[in-house]
Design a protein around this ligand. Structure first.
Ligand code: NDP
Length: 280
């Protein structure tokens, strides 16, 4: 019998993660032996814990908040996309050592494509300018988006994002304050909600959604909310009310996991099984 593929996820906290169930279900469906553990590690302990797992020759791992940026210094190599984004969510053991990737960016693109959203030559508005927004900008630019405007409540945050990403992407980028959303929404073909404002835990999510000028979007525009708890966020509910194409954040979670699974196992990810595990 061959040794199991040994994987895990570093986070703080991490108990809420849906990744273990998703990857275990995929392995069961394909009949392969795979272990996927939770590594709840405080920021101050990350370096020691990651080095210990490398010494044990772990096959690969995921990283979630707050470790996606700090892990970079601990890796042997970082793929160009992840380097541009400044965040790694997937690490793979190779003959050259531990290599970091960002599968959030292509995961977002795959989830949009699956929902029939055209990315090539799109006019995109990204709302928010944190880590998820950075992944969105790089993923969409690499997939052929025409123009991307990044809107943040603190304009200096969107300006810094654009400044740091401009040399990495071949796409027109613009930063603007969220208060100027009207100007950008009326010509957008795709809105990417990349803030944490629509999370279930935010009692003011409804207010945030009401402030976005969803009514000014063209009728053929699409709206994705990266947040998946709840699945139907206040922003998606408004967009659905207008009859727009809406995409929830679970598809991105699924596809970032599927890409990671394929990197670790070399096998095509059983998407339906993984999707079902997420919904459960
Ligand atoms: P960050 O904390 O790095 O960034 C959050 C961003 O949201 C910041 O720009 C922040 O602005 C902004 N923001 C928060 N509240 C508000 C508000 N009320 N009004 C306007 N802007 C606001 O988080 P991430 O970028 O890492 O993640 C964002 C969300 O994306 C998370 O909640 C997560 O659930 C989701 N996500 C989903 C993934 C998926 O696979 N579907 C993958 C990754 C993330 P400020 O700095 O001013 O507070």
């Amino acid at each position: 019998m061959t040794d199991p593929i040994r994987l895990g996820i570093f986070g703080f906290p991490v108990a809420h993660s849906k990744s273990p169930e998703m990857h275990r279900a995929a392995a069961r469906a394909l009949g392969i032996s795979l272990e996927y553990e939770l590594f709840e590690v405080a920021p101050a302990d990350l370096a020691a814990e990651v080095r210990a797992k490398h010494d044990e020759r772990i096959d690969g791992y995921n990283l979630t908040v707050p470790h996606k940026e700090t892990v970079i210094a601990l890796l042997d190599e970082v793929a160009p996309g992840a380097r541009a984004i400044g965040a790694v969510n997937t690490v793979v053991r190779t003959v050259d050592g531990y290599v970091g990737h960002n599968t959030d960016a292509p995961g977002l693109v795959r989830s949009l494509e699956e929902a029939g959203v055209r990315v090539v030559d799109s006019t995109v508005v990204v709302v928010g300018a944190g880590g998820a927004a950075r992944a969105a900008v790089v993923g969409l630019a690499n997939a052929g988006a025409g123009e991307i405007a990044v809107l943040a409540r603190r304009p200096e945050q969107s300006e810094a994002l654009i400044e740091s990403l401009a040399r990495h992407v071949d796409c027109t980028l613009e930063a603007a304050p969220l208060s100027e959303a009207d100007w950008h929404f009326d010509s957008a073909t795709l809105v990417v909600q990349a803030t944490s404002a629509t999370l279930e835990s935010n009692p003011r999510a409804g207010e945030f959604a009401a402030m976005l000028p969803i009514d000014t979007l063209p009728p053929d525009a699409a709206v994705i909310d990266m947040v998946y708890e709840p699945l139907e966020t206040a922003v998606l509910a408004r967009a659905r009310g207008r009859g727009l194409n809406v995409v929830d954040g679970l598809g991105m979670l699924l596809h970032q996991g599927a890409i990671a699974f394929e990197m670790w196992t070399g096998l095509p990810a059983p998407l339906d099984v993984m999707r079902e595990a997420l919904h459960d």
